[in-house]
Design a protein around this ligand. Structure first.
Ligand SMILES: *Cc1c(COP(=O)(O)O)cnc(C)c1O
Length: 220
């Protein structure tokens, strides 16, 4: 299958899930997760019309996206992996949305870097929804207070919450929990669901699904 066919299949599965589990949200955005794939593998998806992409490492993204952004209009690049404060300047320069804000120090540095660059990017707060020691994210119980601090103290444009549920557990209850945290925190958007569970995420209210392997194939 070529890139266009893969995109059509995923897009129609998203649309079917969106309509099935009403009330349907106006739209569910597909973020094509291109981590580990090079510019040559990404171009067919751009040629097929996809414009929203996700990468999980700043340095890797710097190696391919400046060139791609120069050749295609309208690209929206999401950072979906952990961000170190010393990479914040590079991240603000290259990315259009930061999905992994999870601590005050990072929020403060991002504000400084966004002001310096004159780029006020939308951000998501990452929630460690399964309270896993090895995962990034703010604890669920601290989410609403952290969102409020990001907005009021750090001046960030927080648009939503993002999570990666524990591997091996059914994801639905974690997605439902993230949706309820978003209501409490007063944010509209939910970035949740990957290749294996994006329809479940849509049933729970996802506005952004992050799909990698179902589009690009297995990562090496
Ligand atoms: C890799 C990755 C994805 C995509 O995972 P697939 O299972 O390949 O769809 C989504 N979200 C994050 C944060 C990732 O790191």
């Amino acid at each position: 299958m070529n890139a266009q066919e893969r995109l059509e299949i995923i897009t129609s599965r998203i649309e079917r899930a969106r309509r099935r589990f009403g009330p349907p949200p106006d739209h569910v955005e597909l973020i094509a997760v291109s981590k580990t794939f090079d510019a040559a593998a990404i171009r067919p998806f751009l040629d097929a019309g996809q414009r929203r992409f996700g990468e999980n490492r700043v340095q890797e993204a710097q190696g391919k996206w400046p060139e791609l952004k120069a050749s295609y209009d309208g690209i929206e690049l999401h950072l979906i992996g952990p961000l170190q404060t010393n990479k914040a300047r590079d991240a603000v320069a290259l990315f259009d949305v930061i999905q992994t804000v999870d601590r005050d120090k990072l929020a403060g540095v991002l504000k400084t870097e966004m002001e310096r660059a004159g780029r006020r990017l939308p951000v998501f707060v990452q929630v460690n929804i399964g309270l896993e020691a090895q995962k990034a994210g703010i604890a669920p119980a601290e989410t609403a207070a952290f969102v409020a601090r990001c907005r009021n103290e750090h001046g960030l444009d927080v648009v939503g919450l993002m999570c990666i549920p524990p591997e091996g557990d059914p994801a639905g209850p974690y997605f439902a929990h993230l949706a309820s945290l978003a209501r409490d925190a007063g944010v509209e958007q939910l970035s949740m669901g990957m290749s294996g569970d994006f329809e479940t995420a849509i049933a729970m209210g996802a506005t952004h699904v992050r799909v990698g392997s179902a589009l690009f194939g297995t990562r090496g």
